[in-house]
Ligand binder design. Sequence first.
Ligand code: ATR
Length: 278
Amino acid sequence: MPTYVGIMGWPVAHSRSPAMHNAAFEALGMDWEYLFLPVAPAHVDDAVRGLRALGFAGANVTVPHKQAVMSALDRVTVEARAIGAVNTIVNRDGVLEGHNTDAIGFLRALREGGFEPRDCRAVVLGAGGAARAIVYALLAARATVTVANRTLSRARRLADELGALFRAHVSTIPLNAVQALEAALARADLLVNATSVGMAPHADACPLPEEVAIPPSLTLYETVYTPRETALVARARRAGATTIDGLGMLLHQGAVAFELWTGTPPPLDVMRRALEAQ
Ligand code: ATR
């Protein structure tokens, strides 16, 4: 009998994680299978308990369940609780642990792209789940962070909560405040798009107002990976900035989950090729 893991989401058919993990299991000759687990919102608690009942080694969790699964777990790491989202469940002999591997996945992708976040100045666009993981990671690297979001109150909540945790001041600005954004970017080393703006089928959209100039000294980290080159990445490249695309964070959050479940170092090249082939 194979050992099972999978991804819970609703919908989940678009996920690239099954191909990435199954390629890794195959390459290492492991008798493991990674399944699509479509779970309607009303059944989240039952589905989480089902992992234990069915002897799954764990699961990934995606939209819209990353918050909802927390109450059904036996333990949640400090990091996942602070971020407010669980993307990885580990079944340790019947004890279900909730982890968030997005923050560390982001840091690894950033460093792999040649950017060292320690003590940097960063502007993060967005204040949703992805942004919270990224701001957590940046504050842990002692970065100075400004959060720009369409809904300012959401940015302020993120800034207050994570700022208090790291005893750091996190600035906030509305996403349409052109002058304030431009001033923040002029002082920044790193810009991160953690909104969903620019994702297919709305690939023409750009989260940064057109009037805002992108300094060539900036590094842009884009979390959107469909399309591989977003309108924002194209614009930053034209401005002479360095860009890192979103596939790395997807790869590395998955690689950390793989190691948590299996205790085996993940075959990164195999996993990367499986993602790129999709
Ligand atoms: P995720 O978990 O992927 O981060 P989310 O929690 O729904 O998803 O957050 C989506 C982010 O994209 C939010 O920052 C959202 O801004 P609001 O907080 O104002 O909703 C941002 N976003 C989505 N659509 C947007 C749009 N058309 N313009 C600007 N920001 C947008």
